[in-house]
Design a protein around this ligand. Structure first.
Ligand SMILES: Cc1cc2nc3c(=O)[nH]c(=O)nc-3n(C[C@H](O)[C@H](O)[C@H](O)COP(=O)(O)O)c2cc1C
Length: 370
């Protein structure tokens, strides 16, 4: 299938794709099946490598290569506290106890043993994953929650890999471009999942920069040097067209691709994204970093408690037993169901190829090109 968007020559040329659409790397969602489907449809599928062991990263890359000859990407977080995980022993006692006390209320409900213990250390898997990506000479490296340093960009460029960096501020966009990245995804506050900051930030920072405002500002700052893609709240061609009118050359989409047939998300998650009441909120109670999720009993209780999240991804490690039991039991109130604020416009679970085709057709119609 050929889907060419004549309105974005630069980004399609830079990334070697036909449609100016990137499917975000999404841990637990974006496996080889979704990635290959998006790339085969003319967009850029992106594997999520966060928390994968090196052999799992390599295996995912090889599975994608077996299923498509089109360009694809691999994504990982470069957050300071994920690259070098904090020592659980360094967290003050009262912080651990108050976080665990909130989790315990829900553990009891799911018949899990309450605990006030420190979480286990989180193994640092970022640098080993990066090494595998370089050895495998992947077509595109996608960085989130942090900016690749010039040496890392250079290592990728030496093996022919393009680098796309997702940012939440204009300053980060300028820093990433100064470090040599090939394209920027400007991620606004509407985005599903984690806000793209490389250091721990507070809720007010998470809530900053609506996508349209950020895109306009990032295009003004760096658009002459590299293509800028819009990320956050875009689920259809009209949304893409609006961003292109502001100077974006394409879009990076997460939530829309969670609700596709090839996504590895649970049926419960896909159902909650496409039906009924779908308010979203920011929480750091699931992982320790601020993310937009569907509002739930957990997000409300965590917020009301005023408890401080554990640093890095140690909050996820602390609640691992609870969140995985909730997933097993199909409990939609006690597990992270990440969603952008465009979620209330979703009503179906099509194939990933259909999503790409629809968006291209709608965007062309909105932009008045054929
Ligand atoms: C379920 C889910 C998981 C995500 N996981 C990642 C990830 O592993 N790495 C990353 O850089 N961004 C991740 N994101 C954030 C996206 O990169 C992107 O900013 C966002 O999805 C765009 O907004 P939208 O969801 O409204 O389309 C994730 C988003 C979602 C919805």
């Amino acid at each position: 299938m050929t889907v060419t968007d004549p309105l974005s020559p630069r980004v399609t040329r830079v990334l070697g794709i036909q449609a100016p659409l990137i499917q975000s790397g999404m841990a637990g969602v974006a496996g080889p099946r979704l990635v290959a489907a998006v790339s085969n449809a003319g967009g850029l599928g992106v594997v999520a490598a966060l928390r994968l062991a090196p052999d799992e990263v390599r295996d995912s890359i090889r599975k994608v290569r077996a299923a498509t000859d089109q360009p694809f990407g691999v994504n990982i977080w470069l957050h300071d506290d994920v690259r070098t995980s904090p020592d659980p022993q360094s967290i003050p006692d009262d912080v651990v106890r108050s976080a665990q006390a909130v989790l315990n209320q829900f553990r009891i409900r799911l018949e899990l043993e309450p605990t006030l213990d420190r979480p286990p250390a989180v193994v640092d898997l970022v640098d080993t994953a990066l090494q595998v990506m370089i050895e495998e000479k992947i077509p595109v490296f996608s960085a989130g929650l942090g900016i690749p340093e010039p040496e890392l960009v250079e290592r990728f460029h030496r093996v022919g890999t393009k680098v796309v960096c997702m940012v939440a501020t204009v300053d980060d966009a300028m820093a990433a471009v100064a470090n040599g990245v090939d394209a920027i995804a400007a991620q606004g506050r509407e985005a599903g999942g984690h806000r793209s900051y490389g250091q721990k930030h507070d809720r007010s920072a998470a809530d900053k920069n609506p996508t349209a405002e950020l895109v306009s500002a990032v295009v003004a700052a760096v658009g002459a040097k590299v293509p800028v893609l819009a990320a956050g709240g875009i689920v259809d061609g009209r949304g893409l067209a609006e961003m292109m009118k502001l100077g974006a050359e394409g879009a990076l989409l997460g939530t829309r691709f969670v609700a596709t047939q090839e996504s590895a998300a649970s049926d419960l998650w896909k159902t909650r994204l496409t039906n009924g009441q779908r308010a979203t909120t920011f929480t750091d109670g699931f992982t320790g970093q601020w993310a937009r999720v569907l509002t739930s009993e957990f997000t409300q209780e965590w917020e009301t408690s005023g408890a401080q999240a554990l640093p890095g991804l140690l909050q996820a490690a602390a609640g691992q037993d609870l969140f995985s039991r909730a997933k097993k039991l199909n409990d939609d109130q006690l597990q992270p169901l990440y969603a952008g604020s465009g979620v209330d416009q979703l009503s179906d679970v099509p194939s990933a190829a259909e999503v790409v085709q629809r968006i291209v057709i709608e965007a062309r119609a909105s932009l008045g090109s054929s």
